[in-house]
Design a protein. Structure first.
Length: 267
């Protein structure tokens, strides 16, 4: 069973979350109260403080977005991705009158055709994992059956945390160098993630990692980036796998692995 901390505007801000995490822990995910996109695409001062990585250190934090505009959602998700987030949450549950009357939050559930088009666009254009906070319906729980039909069209919403299919070791046996690599799979096979972790203070400039497919691997996170306190060495963003056996895989690519470095690639 997974236990998530639900977001509550004005209460579960970063100060509350950090105290809860440090004193008690126990939550698998900590959802950040909603971000309300604006026309300029800027985050408010409160929103910036809430999502700063240093204010959510150690916990699996998930920012929430409240909007009915697909372009605004995608733009905000891309901004959050730059802060290092890999998952965002769509708010379809807020019942506040000021939110519902504008067709956002639970108010969006009252327009299933528009919601269907909205979800289709964000799941096709957004590279991040998207989860949803939802009510059973706008006015009646019986509405949920129709909503569920829409939700089931987007399998990227399903989590494979509790299924063997969601995890694959690449190399768990490199104890000599203390480097471990693995893949987290999406159910559809799209936008899976490759993790490479170096647990020693020694750089590995000649490192190669075996991969399951001959395709391009996009670097999403590099712990050596200056914003994480690393050296800030510039690196390519895209790595093309080639036919070269490594880690028991027919394909691989080279990556200069820094000391205590962690790299995450999307493919």
């Amino acid at each position: 069973m997974k236990i998530y901390l639900a977001p509550l505007e004005g209460i579960t801000g970063y100060t509350y979350r950090r105290a809860l995490y440090q004193c008690f822990g126990g939550f698998d995910k900590y959802f950040i109260p909603f971000i309300l996109p604006n026309q300029k695409g800027h985050l408010s001062t409160r929103e910036k403080k809430d999502i700063m990585p240093e204010n959510n250190e150690g916990m699996y934090a998930v920012p929430q977005i409240l909007t009915k505009n697909a372009e605004d959602f995608i733009q905000t998700a891309e901004t959050l991705q730059e802060y290092g987030y890999n998952e965002v949450n769509l708010n379809l549950g807020c019942p506040s009158k000021t939110v519902v009357t504008k067709g956002r939050g639970a108010g969006f559930l009252d327009r299933p055709d528009e919601l269907d088009k909205f979800l289709d666009e964000i799941f096709h254009k957004c590279d991040m994992k998207i989860s949803i906070k939802t009510r059973l319906g706008m006015d009646d729980p019986e509405e949920f059956e129709d909503l569920l039909t829409i939700y089931k069209k987007y399998p990227a919403m399903y989590e494979l945390d509790d299924h063997p299919e969601g995890f694959e070791w690449i190399n768990p046996n490199d104890g000599y160098r203390s480097i471990f690599s693995f893949v987290r799979h999406s159910k559809s096979g799209r936008n899976s993630l490759l993790f490479v972790c170096n647990f020693t203070p020694m750089a590995r400039p000649d490192y190669r990692v075996g991969v399951p497919k001959k395709k391009k691997y996009t670097l999403l996170l590099n712990s050596d980036d200056a914003k994480f306190g690393g050296e800030g060495t510039e690196r390519p963003t895209v790595y093309q796998a080639e036919k070269s056996e490594c880690d028991g895989r027919p394909y691989s690519f080279a990556y200069e692995l820094p000391p205590y470095g962690v790299a995450i690639f999307k493919f």
